[in-house]
Design a protein around this ligand. Structure first.
Ligand code: ATP
Length: 355
């Protein structure tokens, strides 16, 4: 059961938007497709929806070839960031639309359509606004109408492409929680495209991290955050920052300090890439013990101090995140001593790939 995507490829001229990606999505799973702009997220969704065809590869749903089916026969509900509602139809008429335009043999009776629309509007908490027109709704309400409209056809697969992208921050946060709960009660297999890390980590059962048409990692939010498989995932999800490091025997040297490596250095490694996260760069409790650095700038954001610092001997500045108490004591230009509390180490082969 579920969806099996195998070696899916989509090329536009010489540009590879999807590079032979393979993936399994379980029945009822809520999966976030996370990646920077241009990484291929929408290309994947469009193929699943039947709006585009791949150059090669297959998609099976419960053993059936999904790509062979016409878009309207796939049982797919779509919600896009700018999937505009019909402005001349009321909320209820918008939700009913997908059922009303069905060929007459497949079209439910008017009373059945009305009952389903009423039920959906109750579930998306818009039953009081059924007679309004889209222009009379807030952005968050409109997206809930779009969701109800997508659900009206009782889809087997729900595809959401940045559904909250155009909304302001507070509405987004509220709708995230709401959609997560709503999905639990529906249990429809859902793919949710976003480039927002917090959104993906907060909402999804599993996260697919995409980069340049490839899947870098598939895992639970906990796995991709705490155990990134590649330097890209570390940077993108947890703001990992590269620090110079080299492996000798079973220890790692980073900026003059020795770190014990768990297990032994793997002889297939050609080099290592070492990352430190902002929250793991701490101000040293004993001045003079640790790495000397200069504070380039200090910003206070919601109780956290973000410090940009230049560690002596490094080219690139690092960003540290300190809690208000720790960070409040420091000012730009000051010299400080910092320590790394934890590092993430990737063993790389000769081509720079993780091994
Ligand atoms: P965003 O977050 O910006 O929406 P995305 O990860 O969804 O990005 P896609 O829309 O899948 O990315 O696009 C992947 C790449 O494929 C982009 O570089 C895009 O320019 C290219 N691309 C997509 N559709 C076409 C097309 N019809 N013709 C040519 N190039 C395309």
């Amino acid at each position: 059961m579920g969806i099996d995507i195998s070696r899916l490829r989509r090329q536009f001229g010489s540009f590879i938007a999807l590079d032979d990606i393979s993936l399994r999505i379980g029945d009822g799973e809520f999966v976030a497709v996370l990646g920077p702009s241009g990484s291929g997220k929408t290309s994947l969704l469009r193929i699943l929806a039947g709006l585009d065809q791949p150059d090669s590869g297959s998609v099976q749903r419960d053993g059936q070839d999904l790509l062979a089916l016409d878009a309207r026969r796939r049982g797919v509900g779509l919600v896009f960031q700018h999937y505009a509602l019909f402005p001349h139809l009321t909320v209820a008429q918008n939700v009913a639309f997908g059922l009303r335009v069905r060929p007459w043999r497949l079209r439910p009776k008017a009373a059945v359509i009305k009952a389903r629309v009423d039920e959906l509007l109750r579930r998306v908490e818009l039953d009081q606004l059924a007679a309004r027109y889209p222009a009379q709704l807030s952005g968050g309400q409109r997206q809930r109408v779009a969701l109800a409209r997508a659900l009206a056809i009782e889809p087997r697969l729900l595809l959401l492409d940045e559904p909250f992208g155009a909304l302001d921050a507070q509405v987004r946060v509220n709708l995230r929680r709401w959609l997560r709960e709503f999905h639990r009660s529906l249990g429809i297999t859902s793919l949710f495209v976003t480039h927002d890390q917090d959104e993906a980590l907060e909402m999804a059962d599993r996260v697919i991290v995409m980069n340049r048409g490839c899947i870098e990692q598939v895992g639970t939010p906990e796995q991709v955050y705490h155990r990134p498989a590649t330097p890209f995932v570390s940077k993108f999800i947890a703001r990992g920052q590269a620090v110079p490091g080299e492996v000798t025997a079973s220890s790692l040297r980073v900026l003059g300090a020795s770190w014990r490596l768990e297990g032994f250095a793997d002889e297939t490694w050609h080099a290592v890439e070492v990352h430190v996260r902002p929250e793991h760069i701490v101000s040293s409790p004993r001045p003079g013990e640790g790495l000397p650095a200069r504070l380039l700038g200090v910003r206070h954001v919601a109780g956290t101090t973000l410090a940009s610092l230049q560690v002596d001997g490094m080219h690139e500045p690092l960003e540290a995140a300190w809690n208000g108490h720790d960070g409040g004591r420091h000012a730009s230009g000051e010299r400080v001593t910092v320590q790394f509390q934890a590092l993430t180490v990737f063993g790389l082969d000769r081509e720079g790939r993780v091994c």
